[in-house]
Ligand binder design. Structure first.
Ligand code: GLA
Length: 521
């Protein structure tokens, strides 16, 4: 790839190459900061099995797992040591059945095609814990807002497969707000088709006419080996003013389970009206505990995503109320540059990150995304972040073991966006079974390192440049608590950089990152 030239030059010679020089090399199309250089090598023809190494599920519940695997189809899958309660479809790699009794089941996946084969170990942990690695998927909010419907959800599931996202581990297809009815036409809802009865005579919540059959929709998603997510609020209304779950919590949890949902986002919104202005810790936790208990009683695994913008240090008690991940701040929205600050803040709570308990700095808002102007939600536009910023965004989220929930347009995924979202070596850092959040080491010139310990004893290190010009960033062994010769691999480029002693230096573009794995020889 042409663009690798300037990268190698920078890396090995430590040269700071100007945009003009780069243009002369033919390495960038516009300016350096707006270049859309593709870092991720294209998937190879031979199979490569991706995805987490460990997976939590509850005994007696429906089991569903699609083996994420890149490579030319057709691929034939097999699994060694699969518990008898589970069944594999060798053509699709989808495993279904009923989760076996409490215990750990070590299995080996294998994928074979005409070009080669791939093996990967996978530990099924049947017990009480879900989400042993951060959830990965897509959410409708930042692209479809109050325009979401059944057809778009199904298309998102189709695209998750056809784009290759599912082959690197994305699996949740989640509806956000606006699938239910409002009592009257609201500011946000100039659309009167989302106005109607909130519940039936038995008090069951009713979807609006854009969701004619929730069960059929989740069946469609499940048939692809993917999972479905839904959204509600503990308050009387959602943030857009539609029906929430207040006083119907148990009933709604049961309804969501019977519709076949696997994930619930529970968004505080109007609950402030119930809890009062400065709620006590108990009052803040109460609605989340109530829903957490209700979800645990359901006959299916449902990941529980708390969304209350970090109030009351939710990272300290999110697990106690049954949550698996929690937003640590308000909406990331879409302001250039804010994601760096949001990430640095989120990482302050890194000590609370562990398997089954994830700090959530909000969605991956890249590709085609909309925005909110007053009470209007705009149609999707190309993400305004530069290529370097997008690499930093994804790297930070992975080094923090954040949920990887993309919220751009699944029907308009371009090559650059997919390269940011779908690098399996970068994702593997996010999904590392230790579940550690990287720690930050501030460096001169607005630069910093984020250092994440990995299960195999190695470290993932992001060398970030939050400044305005290309800068050389050094990660020395003393800072990293390393000694002796170390092997370094560039994770974005999926390339060995060789053996280093004492330090590793890289020339990092403004707002960009070089992300490496450092392992003992
Ligand atoms: C809040 C949440 C967002 C989204 C909207 C929906 O703002 O933080 O993620 O769910 O509500 O109305």
């Amino acid at each position: 790839m042409k663009n690798s030239h300037w990268y190698l030059l920078q890396l090995y010679l430590g040269l700071s190459i100007t945009a003009t020089t780069l243009m002369a090399f033919g390495a960038v199309k516009d300016t350096a900061s707006n270049s859309k250089e593709i870092y991720t090598p294209a998937p190879k023809a031979e199979p490569r099995i991706n995805g987490p190494l460990v997976y939590g599920c509850r005994p007696g519940h429906p089991f569903l797992y699609r083996i994420p695997c890149q490579g030319d189809r057709p691929i034939t899958f097999s699994v060694q040591g699969l518990p008898k309660e589970l069944k594999l479809d060798p053509k699709t790699g989808i495993i279904t059945g009923i989760t076996p009794a409490t215990g750990e089941y070590n299995v080996v996946f294998q994928a074979i095609n005409s070009k080669g084969k791939s093996n990967r170990i996978f530990k099924i942990v049947a017990g009480d814990k879900l989400s042993l690695t951060p959830p990965m998927g897509w959410n409708s909010w930042y692209v479809h807002y109050n325009r979401i419907d059944d057809k778009t959800m199904r298309q998102a599931a189709d695209a998750m497969i056809s784009s290759g996202m599912a082959d690197v581990g994305y699996q949740y297809v989640n509806i956000d707000d606006c699938w239910m009815n409002a009592e009257k036409t609201l500011n946000y809802m100039q659309d009167s088709t989302r106005v109607g009865p909130l519940r039936d005579q038995e008090g069951n919540i009713l979807p609006n006419i854009h969701f004619p059959d929730m069960k059929a929709m989740t069946d469609y998603i499940h048939a692809k080996g993917l999972r479905a997510g839904i959204y509600t609020s503990p308050g009387p209304n959602t943030c857009c003013g539609l029906a929430g779950s207040y006083l119907h919590e148990e009933q709604d949890a049961a309804r969501f389970a019977s519709w076949g949902f696997d994930f619930l986002k529970y968004d505080w919104c109007s609950y402030g009206r119930i809890a009062g202005k400065e709620p006590s810790m108990d009052a803040m936790q109460k609605p989340y505990l109530l829903m957490g208990d209700a979800l645990k009683k359901q006959p299916r695994d449902m990941v529980y995503n708390l969304c209350q913008y970090g109030m009351g240090n939710v990272w300290e008690w999110g697990t106690k109320v049954g949550g698996h991940c929690w937003r640590t701040a308000g909406d990331l929205g879409f302001e250039l540059d804010r994601f760096f600050a949001v990430a640095l803040k989120n990482a302050e709570h890194g000590a609370y990150s562990k398997p089954g308990s994830w700090n959530d700095p909000d969605y991956l808002q890249i590709g085609m995304i909309g925005s909110q102007i007053g009470t209007t939600f705009t149609l999707p536009q190309p993400c305004k972040l530069t290529a370097y910023e997008q690499y930093s965004y994804m790297s930070l989220w992975c080094l923090m073991a954040a949920p990887l929930i993309f919220s751009g347009d699944m029907s308009k995924l371009d090559e650059f966006t997919l390269n940011v979202l779908c690098n399996p070596e970068i994702i593997e850092i996010d999904q590392d079974p230790l579940g550690k959040c990287g720690t930050i080491v501030m460096m001169p010139d607005n630069c910093f390192l984020m250092v994440k310990e990995l299960v195999d004893g190695s470290k993932a290190v992001g060398l970030f440049n939050h400044g305005k010009a290309t800068t050389e960033v050094t990660a020395d062994w003393k800072t990293l608590q390393l000694a002796g010769k170390q092997l370094i691999r560039d994770l974005w480029r999926q390339k060995e950089l060789g053996e280093f002693n004492g330090k590793f230096c890289a020339s990092v573009p403004a707002q960009g990152v070089v992300m490496v794995k450092i392992a003992k020889r």
